[in-house]
Design a protein around this ligand. Sequence first.
Ligand SMILES: Cc1ncc(COP(=O)(O)O)c(C=O)c1O
Length: 453
Amino acid sequence: MLDQEGLPAFFEALQRMEAGFSELPAYESAAPGIERLAETLNATVERLRDNYPYFHPLYAGQMLKPPHPVARLAYALAMWINPNNHALDGGRATSAMEKEAVAEIADMYGWKNFLGHLCGGGTMANLEALWVAGQLQSGKKILASEQAHYTHGRISGVLQLPFETVPCDARGRMDVNALAKRVGRGDVGTVVATMGTTATGSVDPLPEILALRAKYGFRIHADAAYGGYFVLAENLGEGAERALARIGEADSIVIDPHKHGLQPYGCGCVLFRDPEVGRLYKHDSPYTYFSSAELHLGEISLECSRPGAAAAALWATQRLLPLKKGGEFARGLERGRKAALALFEKLRADARFVTAFLPELDIVVFAPKAASASESSALSRKIFEAAAKRDLHLAVAELPMLFWEEHLGAMKPDRGTLTCLRSVLMKPEHFDWVERIWELLSASTDEILNIRH
Ligand SMILES: Cc1ncc(COP(=O)(O)O)c(C=O)c1O
C-alpha cells in the first residue's frame, strides 16, 4: 500500500551521487550505528502511525494529497547534500533547479519575463504578494472575498495594511456587483481574486475583476494556491475555465506545489508579472554572497534559509510529469474533478441529502436533509464520525445559508450557516473510488438517520 518499489532506483541514484564526490579524502561520519538508528526509527513509526491515512483514497476530507513517489525520493536524495536555496553559495545546483521549475510554472500562465521563487507555502507566498502590493499602493485597501483564505486578513494585519472583505454570491464567488460598488470609492489598492476557494473550490470571476481594474486601476493578486494548476485541466465548467484562462493578466500569482503539485509540505510559489518589483526586496548583506555576480534567490525572497530539497523534488516531478495540457499530470487533475462531479450527481439525486452548487473544481459540499438547518448541522457531525468509523474520512465545513437556499426545500433556515460535510477529491485515484466512497457514506447516513432498507 505504501509504495516502496522506487527504493532500488533510489539507492542506485544515491551511489551515483556519492561517486560525484569520490575525489574527496575519506572522513569518519558521526552516524549513530545501525542498532540505535533502527530502534529510533521504530519509535518514530509508532508515533507516525497515529495519523489519518492521508495517502489513501478513502481519505477524502481536507486538502491533502500525497507527494508523488519521485518527489519523495528526489527530496530524500537532496537531503544527503542538504542545500540551502537562500543563496548560490549554499545551494548552487538546487537554485538552478528552482529557477527552471518556477519558469515552467510561470509558463502555464504565459509568463516568460517575470520574477518568482519557491517559499514555505501559500501563506508565505501570499504574504510576499501583499507586501509588494502594499508598497506599490501605499495606504490603499486590500480587498478579498468573504470566502478568501483567512490568511489574507491576517497577513494584512501583520503588514498593517487596511483590509476589507467583499460579499460572495450564492456559488461562493466574489460578488462582482458588490466589488464594483466598493472599488468605485477610489481607495482600493489591491483586489485578491481567489482562484479556487479553500472551502468549496469556487473560482472568483476574474474577467469581470479585470474589467473593473481597467476602469479603476487597482492591482490584482490571484490567490491560486489551491486552484492554479487547473489551467491545465480540460474538463472545467465554463465559468472556471474562463476565469482561469486569464490568470496571466493578474499582477501577482500564488500557486502551491504542495497542494495540487504533488510536493511534500514546504513548497509554495509566488510570481510577479513585472520583474522590476525585485527592487523592493533590496537589502545589503556583506557576508552571505560571494560566489557569483548573478542575482541570488535570497535577494528576491523574504525568507532566508529555504530547503533546496524542495526545489529538487519539484524539478524531478515536473521532469517526469511536465505541466502540459493533455499530459499525465493534467489528466490526474481531471480525474479528481470527474470524481467530484460523479459524487455530486449521486448526492443531488438522493432524497437524504441537500447539495449546494455544482463543484467548480474538485471539492463537494453537502448536508443531510432534516427539518431545520440546526438539525441538519448536528446530523452532519454525526455522519462525519460514523463515516470515520468505516474508514471513510470526510471534513466538516461551516458555510453561509445563501449557498444552500435554492435547494433547501422544506428545510427551515433557522441559522445563518449550515454545518455541512465537505469532501476534497484531489487524488487521481479518487475517481476509481467514488462507488466505494458512496457506499460507505450511504451506510453511515442510514445509520445516523435510522433508515433500514
Ligand atoms: C486559497 C488558499 N490560499 C492560501 C492558503 C494557505 O496556504 P498554506 O496552508 O500553504 O499556507 C490555502 C490553504 O489551504 C488556500 O486554500
